[in-house]
Design a protein around this ligand. Structure first.
Ligand code: KIV
Ligand code: ZN
Length: 525
């Protein structure tokens, strides 16, 4: 496939609003291509709850490079010897991306960065009134002087410099222009505009970057935090007014509510502005890797990479998606290397279940679908989702039930008492051939007590010969499948009958299997 064809085929995987093209401005020309600076390993790792080992960081750096980011901010070299060594290891990988380290506007920090062997430093100093007065206790002039001296020192140590005014979006515009102009003149190769606590709105960012672009000739970078949920919109607004580097993290991890999620930026740039940045098909795998390694779970509803982003359960949506996925999706999941997930659960309609069965190659007679739907609803208690193996087991269970013959025994109610230091007791209410019966038994555990109570209630002639329990998908949320074999001592021959049941609760499912076995046996009479 040539590049144009693959670009066109990717475009066919997106169904955005036609109003976007009518309303979006043309991007400023001549400022160069849009580049992505990933700070997952620095600002991302600063998120409370994330602590990465050196090996973890090296693995993530490899994945980021595969994804195709332009810069990897690998850490904050001066923060510890391990951090410095890790940045060095990442730099020594010889990645395509430029590896850089953060540094305060302090010469000692620059020395640490130089020691890592990287060729670029990202240096910063707070410039807002809040930072000047309450953090740095420095005057405006002192801050400009320090910023310039540090850039000059970094240049003298052979480093390229990207420079940030921390809290830029709460800094006076004329002062920002003064600081950025001074550091650019001192040799900074890019200036970065951090929205440190996520307080600007897209129109504000558009204005701010537009004003800076009138005065600053080096590339402008943007660094948005997501405190008020506007990080993606703000990053795009900055690009619209002249920024060409976007800093962010995978999955939007970072301090407090995080940094801008780079995958959101990349997809919006592609879909709405026709700009290709990273390899879109690697977005899903990279986000999953970062999630696994950091142990920081992506919110289920996280755009693009959360587990619900391409999941459908309600009947109307599944029906629509199966007819044309764009009815309820903005883009095809394969565009970003992820899967659609049709969830079978309590909201599923017959159409979704039939569709899933077809995909799995499982035959189900149409006239048995109502029974299957009832069994699914019974199994999908709470938020329980039915996976493919569980669905297959429910189908087997439903199809194994005799539709012609009415069950002789039905379970009307059950109560089980169990716990540490007490003997498990079960009480069951059943109807057998129209007669209501109650029986209570004790056992070594709740399942044993319940099975004994059923055996007693149906007449005492049954003993349990075999009991098998399986968690179908091997998790504690799994549906379980219970198979029992009972012997009817009142019957001639072996008197054996098998019963099976599938359900979410071990005790209840064991009772259902026992009742099924007794009904099987009674059919023979
Ligand atoms: O959010 C911020 O201001 C930062 C700077 C260090 C760039 O992360
Ligand atoms: Zn930040």
């Amino acid at each position: 496939m040539d590049a144009q064809a693959s670009d066109d085929s990717r475009r066919d995987m997106i169904a955005i609003s036609p109003y976007n093209q009518l309303a979006l401005p043309a991007l400023p020309q001549g400022r160069g291509r849009i580049q992505i600076l990933d700070t997952t390993l620095r600002d991302g790792e600063q998120a409370p709850g994330i602590a990465l080992s050196s090996d973890d960081k090296v693995r993530i750096a490899g994945a980021l490079d595969d994804l195709g980011v332009d810069f990897i901010e690998a850490g904050f070299a001066v923060s510890s010897d391990i951090e410095l060594e890790t940045i060095k290891r990442i730099n020594d990988l010889g990645l395509h991306a430029t590896v850089l380290s953060l540094a305060r506007s302090v010469n000692r920090d620059i020395d640490a960065v130089a020691e890592t062997g990287v060729d670029t430093v990202h240096t910063f100093i707070g410039t807002s009134d809040l930072h000047r007065r309450f953090k740095l206790k420095m005057t405006k002039d002192e801050i400009v002087k320090r910023a310039v001296e540090t850039v000059e020192y970094a240049r003298s140590r052979g480093l390229k410099v990207q420079f940030s005014c921390e809290d830029a979006t709460r800094t006076e515009l004329d002062y920002l222009i003064e600081v950025y102009s001074a550091v650019a003149e001192a040799g900074a190769c890019a200036i970065n505009v951090p929205d440190t606590v996520g307080v600007i709105v897209p129109q504000g960012m558009n204005y701010l970057v537009g004003e800076l672009a009138k005065h600053i000739s080096v590339p402008i970078s943007v660094h948005c935090h997501n405190d008020l949920g506007l990080a993606t919109a703000n990053s795009l607004a900055a690009i619209e007014s002249g920024a060409t580097i976007v800093q962010g993290t995978i999955g939007g991890i970072g301090e407090r509510t995080g940094n801008v999620a780079l995958e959101e930026v990349a997809i919006n740039l592609f879909a709405n502005y026709g700009i290709q940045t990273v390899d879109l098909a690697k977005i899903g795998p990279t986000a999953r890797l970062v999630e696994r390694i950091t142990g920081f779970p992506l919110a289920y509803n996280k755009p693009l990479v959360g587990r619900n982003a391409f999941s459908h359960e309600s009947g109307i949506h599944v029906h629509g998606v199966m007819s044309n996925a764009f009815t309820y999706e903005p883009l095809k999941p394969e565009l970003i290397g992820t899967d659609r997930h049709i969830v079978i659960g309590k909201h599923s309609g017959e159409h979704s279940v039939a569709g899933r069965l077809k995909e799995l190659g499982i035959q189900m007679p149409e006239d048995r679908m109502p029974d299957l739907m009832a069994a699914i609803k019974a199994a999908a208690i709470g938020d329980k989702e039915i996976d493919d193996n569980e669905l297959a087991a429910i189908v087997d269970h439903v199809l194994s039930r005799d539709t012609e013959r009415k069950d002789a025994v039905t379970l009307d109610g059950v109560a089980v008492l169990t716990g540490k230091g007490i003997t498990s007791t079960a009480t069951v209410n059943i109807t057998i051939s129209g007669e209501h019966r109650t029986s209570a038994e004790t056992g070594v555990g709740p399942v044993d007590a319940a099975i004994r109570a059923i055996a007693e209630a149906v007449g005492g002639q049954y003993t349990l010969e075999e009991y098998k329990l399986a968690a179908i998908n091997g998790t504690s949320q799994s549906l379980c499948e219970v198979t029992v074999m009972v012997r009817n001592h009142a019957r001639e021959g072996t008197g054996l009958a098998v019963g099976k049941a599938v359900g979410p609760d071990v005790v209840q499912t064991s009772i259902d299997a026992m009742v099924a076995a007794v009904n099987r046996d009674l059919i023979k009479q």
